[in-house]
Ligand binder design. Sequence first.
Ligand code: PLP
Length: 392
Amino acid sequence: MIYLDNAATTSVYDDVIKEMLPYFTMEYANPSEIYSYATGARKGMNMARKHIADLINADSTEIYFTSGGTESDNWALKGTAYTLRGNGKHIITSAIEHHAVTNSCRQLEKLGYEITFLPVGTNGIVDPAHVRRAIRNDTILVSVMMANNEIGTIQPVSEITAIAHERNVWVHTDAVQAFGNIDIDVKKLNVDMLSASAHKCHGPKGMGLLYVKNGVKLSHIMSGGKQERAMRAGTENIPGIVGFGKAAQICKEKDNYNSEYITKLRNHFIKRVTDEIENVIVNGSIDKRLPGNVSFSFACLDGEMIQIQLDMKGICCSTGSACNAGSSGISHVIAALHIPEEYAYGTVRFTICDSNTCEEIDYTVEALKEIVKKLRDMSARYKAYKGRLKMR
Ligand code: PLP
């Protein structure tokens, strides 16, 4: 099997599993208990918090553990809406956010909040000038993701923050795809909240965090006990937290999991496909994109057909985000790029990590060449399209 779907999820690294195991069997105490046996669980949790804080240049007290990126996004959006409901009911976000953000916005809309969905350019990037224009006196939050899950584009978050803060508007960024892949410095970004998730960076599933800048008085949305300094109720997932911490530590030691090597593989992949297959485009900016993300759109083909054919050759890739898998049509992200319709349906996403090799990429290119040729040879649509291209 060749696994090129690391934006959907990653394998949990052996060292992460090793670190987690004792917390299932030996240090299994509830960290809220005051007896000395619970000290081990608490220590594990504190160490993990420190590794994570170090990776993003935060203070440990600014890291709150959650059940994943989805919960963190929900908390940032709904928590802000609840906290600042007296200040206004306008939220700004982008047209290419993950559904954890867009659907939280949709839910808030039903409660009377007004949402502005900012467009992106054909490069898949939000123009900070649009943020400036969209801010109103009743705006309470700007939520723009750090890196997109489908096309990998990296957003100008620090510029957006500077603009929002001029008007005292809070900023949240969904860094689920960015965390562990590119440098994140919360002090430089100056965001008020940031979401991340462990399973996107070789940690366990069902484990996330919300960074909340010290001084930002965000309300909790999970009611219950006083865990996470009364900000996020529920018994802590200690093995998950410890695994997340270890993943963050390895990520720092390996310079974002060997991002330079991953970038080389990505560029090699893009070059070979665009040189050797005709009528294909790369979605989103080439420079401002995650090291491992490659999103192609093949003219007059169906992305899902390509995905199935690749699967038959042992290659795992995706047509969009994992959360959209199985739903046909164009994703909201691809739609926002306004690429020609002939291309939009033929979108396939490959996401590389540092366990992938150049041989795997070359094998995938050869498989793609064969599949694209076979499908196009059978496609009357492609023949008509080529005829139109000749006439132009
Ligand atoms: N945000 C982005 C950008 C994502 O890519 C994902 C998952 O694919 C999420 C949020 C949700 O994270 P989780 O799977 O940890 O709930």
